[in-house]
Design a protein around this ligand. Structure first.
Ligand SMILES: [Fe+2]
Ligand SMILES: [Fe+2]
Length: 193
């Protein structure tokens, strides 16, 4: 899939999530709302990052797109600011739905500019081959970023395990590597105690 198709698909997905939120707007489903907003936040964050890392620099190689892309980058900053503002509120706060709505309107404005102004330019300036290659890069990077959250949790666990490992090494028989493996199942219990 070429990069334009891929990004447009992302835009549609985010728009769908905002629509789902709109349907909940005014209701009391705090859990549903915050789950949905978490999804929206992840989708927007990953999408913005791949655009900034891979897509925008490629588009900016073309002089005629420099200003348009600079503006788009600024809009990303504003969207991030709005996302941060959302973290300060709880879904049952009075202003929550309104804040999501403003974020939605802002993101949709940005999406429109990309699709109506930036993408058509890119299709003119970049070869089909390049757009296809960029699509592949974006897909790869996105998979990496989506997996990163899970990796982080594992790393944190390992960090704690190291401490537990040292505790166990003291005063207990066997400090050989094999023992460390066998001791693993005990660690969560020690931590919880
Ligand atoms: Fe963007
Ligand atoms: Fe985009």
């Amino acid at each position: 899939m070429d990069v334009i198709q891929l990004l447009k698909k992302d835009h549609k997905m985010v728009q769908k999530m905002f629509k789902e939120f709109e349907a909940l707007s005014g209701s009391r489903g705090a859990q549903k709302k915050s789950a949905l907003v978490d999804q929206i936040r992840e989708a927007l964050t990953v999408h913005a990052q791949v655009e900034e890392e891979l897509v925008y620099p490629a588009f900016q190689e073309s002089r005629s797109m420099k200003d348009l892309v600079s503006e788009a980058k600024e809009e990303h900053q504003v969207a991030k600011y709005l996302l941060t503002g959302l973290e300060e509120l709880q879904p049952d706060d009075e202003q929550y739905d309104a804040r999501v709505k403003v974020l939605c309107e802002y993101v949709m404005h940005h999406v429109k500019e990309e699709e109506k102004e930036i993408f058509p330019q890119a299709q003119k300036r970049l070869s089909a081959k390049r757009l296809e290659a960029l699509g592949e890069q974006v897909e790869e990077r996105r998979n990496e970023l989506m997996g990163e959250g899970e990796d982080k949790e594992e790393d944190e666990d390992t960090g704690m395990d190291d401490e537990a490992m040292n505790d166990e090494a003291e005063g207990e028989e066997g400090t050989e590597e094999m023992d460390e493996q066998e001791n693993k199942p005990d660690r969560p219990r020690r931590r919880a105690a």
